[in-house]
Design a protein around this ligand. Structure first.
Ligand code: TTP
Ligand code: MN
Ligand code: MN
Ligand code: MN
Length: 367
């Protein structure tokens, strides 16, 4: 007798789930994000992660959930998540989510953390001082804003507006022109959300390096210098490399990498953008400010950097968890280490796009 078709089991690892940018379960995942963010504000990390995990599972489904019963074979959905889903299915909304959305503290923290350079700690501090709006904050004579926060307020309108793919490409052209003056062997690759196929992002992420090993060390400094000369640099926070070849990949999930990187705000002229700028109605300016992240690894670590910066955050987290638990390997943005064989697996790599999908090929070099 023919065997029953195997049920397509949804993996508990985001990196084992095929997820398109189409989200069939937005009514649930939007609610989960509100809850996750609220737990984040209250520093309850476990629950925050649980809701983000649940959202990630629902985003991978090629169908819309229409009953809680339909979720019984799905991983990562706990009692609490299911109760929220049930409410949404029954009443079209979750009362817990509505309560959070109307909560003054939550609203204020969300507003403050939407400023570039303002994290949950600073937001909480301002809230405790009784501040509730940007004008409250800016009217305080004794409040200290660091450089990043000053730029965050100055360019708030522009950088809270989504960046389009055309704008991301225009930023790429600017970086490309600057880097090719510095080294003819430059490598530049769009990463982050745009590499995942998103049409809009909150910033533009590029990996930029050169095949001349060692020359990447000062590459970003030269690029920043060039942008400044051209009058395109509105803000720059540069972090030099602290990369150590001999270190094992980090055990921490969201650990920052050690490559040279910079967080920028650039001035993007509308004339450089195909189809024009993404901007507020009635805005007569011919330019907008854009948040740009650049990271510059040595060329032999290019693939790991691309893998680490492509995201999503849950994909990255689960890729590392998968490596550790299912393969006994340690993975981070710098390297892959095989704990069984006690050696690094170094990628001599090639990245290409075929039929709209991105591929990264590792040629393994055992050390
Ligand atoms: P983001 O730019 O924050 O996110 P995104 O591009 O996925 O989405 P958005 O449209 O909102 O910009 O981060 C991109 C990836 O880069 C993310 O997976 C985390 C990773 N990353 C690092 O690995 N190290 C770093 O130091 C930073 C800043 C990001
Ligand atoms: Mn991004
Ligand atoms: Mn982001
Ligand atoms: Mn980024």
């Amino acid at each position: 007798a023919p065997k029953a078709a195997p049920v397509n089991k949804v993996s508990q690892y985001a990196c084992q789930r095929r997820t398109t940018i189409e989200n069939n379960n937005r009514i649930f995942t939007d609610a989960f994000e509100v809850l996750a963010e609220n737990y984040e504000f209250n520093e309850i990390e476990g629950r925050c992660l649980a809701f983000r995990r649940a959202a990630s599972v629902l985003k991978s489904l090629p169908w819309a959930v229409r009953s809680v019963g339909a979720t019984q074979d799905l991983p990562c959905l706990g009692e609490h998540t299911k109760a929220v889903m049930k409410e949404i299915l029954q009443y079209g909304r979750s009362f817990e989510v509505e309560k959070i959305l109307s909560d003054e503290r939550c609203q204020t923290l969300k507003l403050f953390t939407s400023v570039f350079g303002v994290g949950p700690k600073t937001a909480e501090k301002w809230y405790r001082r009784g501040l509730r709006s940007f004008s409250d904050v800016l009217a305080q004579p004794d409040i200290h804003l660091n450089r990043m926060q000053q730029s965050g307020f100055l360019h708030y309108g522009d950088i809270s507006r989504a960046v389009s793919k055309a704008e991301a490409r225009a930023v790429g052209n600017i970086i490309d022109e600057a880097v090719h003056v510095i080294t003819p062997n430059a490598i530049l690759a769009l990463t982050g959300g745009f590499r995942r196929g998103k049409d809009f992002g909150h910033d533009v992420d590029y990996v930029v390096t050169t095949t001349e090993l060692g020359k990447e060390e000062n590459l970003l400094i030269s690029i920043i210098e060039s942008l400044k000369k051209q009058g395109l640099l509105l803000f720059s926070d540069y972090q030099a490399s602290t990369f150590d070849l001999s270190k094992l990949p980090s055990h921490r999930f969201e650990a920052m990498d050690h490559f040279a990187k910079c967080f920028l705000i650039l001035r993007l002229e509308g004339s450089r953008v195909e189809g024009g700028l993404q901007r507020a109605q009635g805005d007569g300016r011919g330019w907008r400010a854009v948040r740009v992240d650049l990271v510059s690894p040595p060329a032999d670590r290019f693939a790991f950097t691309m893998l680490g910066w492509t995201g999503s955050r849950m994909f990255e987290r689960d890729l590392r968890r998968f490596a550790r638990l299912e393969r006994r390997m340690l993975l981070d943005n710098h390297a892959l280490f095989d704990k069984t064989k006690v050696l690094f697996i170094l990628g001599c790599t090639k990245i290409f796009t075929h039929k709209g999908s991105h591929y990264t090929i590792f040629t393994l070099v055992l050390r």
